[in-house]
Write a protein that binds this ligand. Sequence first.
Ligand SMILES: Cc1ncc(COP(=O)(O)O)c(C=O)c1O
Length: 395
Amino acid sequence: MKLSHRIMHLTEGGSDGWGVFYRARELKAQGHAVTELTIGEHDVGTAPDILAEMYASARDGHTGYASVPGTDLLRDTVAARVQTRTGVPTKRHNVLITPGGQAALFAAHTAVCNPGDTGLYLDPYYATYPGTIRGVGAVAKAVQTHAQDAFQPRAEEIDKHADGAVSLLINTPNNPTGVVYTPETLGAIAETCKRRDLWLISDEVYDTQVWEGTHLSPRALPDMADRTLVIGSMSKSHAMTGSRCGWVIGPEEVIDHLINLATHTTYGVPGFIQDAASFALSAGQGPEEEVAAPFRRRREIAGRILARQNVVGLVPAHGAMYLMLDIRATGLSGEGFANTLLDTHAIAVMPGESFGKAAAGHVRVAMTIDDEKFGDSLQVLCDFAGELSRSAAAS
Ligand SMILES: Cc1ncc(COP(=O)(O)O)c(C=O)c1O
């Protein structure tokens, strides 16, 4: 029996740079001690008071089908939070609750891309982006960013790829680079979207993890609210990755259609999860800062370690739970370096090549283990890079 072209070509196959990750997992399963600095999973679980609320809601009977667009309470809470943070008037009817940010990304692209349309995304990118765009039948087209620009996108390169495109997907604070787009970058992107009539899909799932400056949502820029769909999530802000609770924010007309999509796909998010999310958001910024604090601390630890050497470069990391390290001075590719580091020191990092072409010669480090172990592992990585660069220079 034949399967659809769309499902067969969701991912492109071939080496995708995730081999190191799978190898690390396999070594662990065989009982080897491996330090994993790979994926974006907090080293703390969901807070006990959020879990208690989840349980209380379930016990009180919120275990049946929940309202498909999201409960009124959660939609109102998310709308109020977005309005407070961005100043953009936002009501319940601008919010669709989804099973995580990933489902929100899929919904947003479904809303704006016809089969065969081009959806743009920026390289380096979060691993699911191209597959998500292909998943709605659109053509996924990468626009490169550059290490020498600290991976801030160039609006003129987006413009160059905009013929036939209907959407542009951006992510700030950024996974994998840890870069936060500057107001100038976002302003230029917004102008390009307006000039080329592109929908802007703005993935802001790391909006509570900004280490310098403040988060700017491009939906707040002049005349952007009507062409921007914002992706949000409880995953990163409240360590609720497994609860699968996120949202799309957009114009009411788009949300109306997306409710229809949700009716025919997910049929909503469990009510007890939504109640827990409403409770968590109502607690304000304090708990969000608590979840973000370890990453802020570890970024500072990393800054001190990296300042003591000159082989490994640090891409300016202003947000999110990752550091992108430039290891080109070792003479190895990101993949080569990550594999050798795993083999010789049992430390797993993600090759930059797992996130596209632009971050080749880099590795991404997730700051997701306790401070002391994190510092020690980073020191080992730097010492190892130093040895490699000395032997590269000598040969
Ligand atoms: C940039 C980015 N967007 C979206 C997601 C999806 O998050 P979730 O579906 O857990 O909300 C992730 C997860 O790591 C991410 O890094």
